[in-house]
Design a protein around this ligand. Structure first.
Ligand code: GDP
Length: 359
């Protein structure tokens, strides 16, 4: 899928950079171009991307300090500047625009829904959001911000792909300490999803096509991406279990939103040397995915790659009924209640109604 990326806020800019880098290093050519937007000049400076600093008249380049309402307001005021900078990048080749942001902060959390809404008005191609959820140990403000941002994004975007910081938290390691590794791992999932539709030369008959990725995401709402790989034998007949276990691991342990396995639609791409991919394994894996997700709509195909490993990339769409999402939303609601108790002013409590829309 030829995509243009728009990173909003600190996490959005960093993940967009990692994603563009992943695509360039692998030579997939799925990322057409990328732009980073922020209210904080210091967060834009280190990025090797074209950037737009918004809200200068309001916050003078110092950021919105975790205030996502201010983030939304500022983006609304300066949205034309962002659209103007993005316009030359969204060429006729573009098949989608991805707005990437951390949902727990201020600029990305408030700004991403505004940008998604505006982009959807301007462009005919789908506009997807890629949202990073705060880990459960992050503070109340992050949970509240993410809850409201997510609710609004799901309404405005064609689909919202969720990346949960907790999915990458290994025991004893703080989320902050591991951002670089987390971003690389997140970038790999999204990067492969974009690349999966970019058919390669010498392809077999069952290659995943961009339209299948788009059709899977048509289920709308929230989506998750899983990945896992394993060494493969040269003889495809020996790789039945390699394929089925890779798909299983991608869903059970490699998903960007853990346990979000109840889905409306799914896509499974088996990546590797087409001569090594077991057809029987791919077919079995697809049936398993159908049962596991409860979805009748499971698309599948190969993603030909020059590798001695076999990898599985799984896209699950319409995962909002899953326990993980419910647990996150409950965390966000509880955080709203906690915040309200801290501010017993009835007027403020009225303003802070549980998980209001942001726009
Ligand atoms: P903003 O600049 O105001 O949009 O705020 P941030 O982008 O810093 O958003 C804060 C949220 O993003 C928190 O939940 C952080 O855990 C998360 N975050 C910040 N930087 C990164 C990063 O580089 N990678 C990941 N995965 N999450 C990040």
């Amino acid at each position: 899928m030829k995509a243009v990326l728009l990173g909003v806020g600190q996490a959005g800019g960093k993940l967009t950079t990692a994603l563009a880098q992943f695509d360039a290093d692998a030579g997939y050519g799925a990322v057409l171009d990328a732009l980073a937007v922020n209210t904080a000049a210091a967060d834009l400076d280190p990025l090797p991307l074209e950037t737009v600093l918004v809200g200068q008249s309001r916050v003078n380049g110092h950021g919105v300090g975790g205030d996502n309402e201010l983030g939304a307001e500022v983006m609304d005021e300066d949205v034309v500047e962002v659209l103007d900078a993005l316009a030359p990048k969204v060429t006729a080749a573009a098949e989608a625009v991805f707005v990437v942001a951390g949902l727990g902060g201020g600029t990305g959390s408030g700004g991403a829904p505004v940008l998604v809404r505006e982009l959807n008005r301007v462009y005919d191609v789908p506009v997807y959001a890629v949202g990073i959820l705060p880990g459960r140990d992050e503070g109340t403000m992050y949970q509240v911000n993410a809850g409201r941002s997510l609710k609004t994004l799901v309404r405005e975007a064609d689909a919202t792909i969720l990346l949960d910081n907790d999915a990458w938290r290994s025991a004893g390691e703080s989320v902050e300490g591991g951002y670089e590794a987390i971003n690389a791992s997140m970038a790999k999932r999204i990067g492969l999803l974009l690349a999966a539709g970019e058919a390669v030369e010498g392809v077999g008959e069952s290659v995943v096509d961009t339209s299948e990725v788009i059709n899977t995401l048509r289920a709308g709402g929230m989506a998750a991406v899983g990945f896992a790989s394993a060494p493969a034998a040269e003889d495809p007949q020996e790789n039945v279990t390699t394929v089925t276990s890779a798909v299983r691991s991608a869903v059970m342990t490699g998903l960007s939103l853990p346990s979000a396995t109840d889905a409306d639609a799914a896509l499974v791409a088996v990546a590797g040397d087409p001569d090594r991919i077991s057809r029987k394994g791919a077919e079995k894996a697809r049936k398993w995915l159908q049962e596991e997700t409860g979805s009748m709509q499971v698309r599948g195909g190969d993603f030909p790659l020059d590798s001695d490993r076999i990898a599985a990339l799984v896209l699950l769409a319409g995962v909002e009924r899953s326990q993980r999402v419910e647990a996150f939303l409950e965390r966000a609601r509880q955080a709203v209640r906690d915040e309200r108790e801290e501010t017993p002013d009835p007027a403020a409590a009225f303003e802070n109604d549980e998980l209001d829309d942001l726009l």
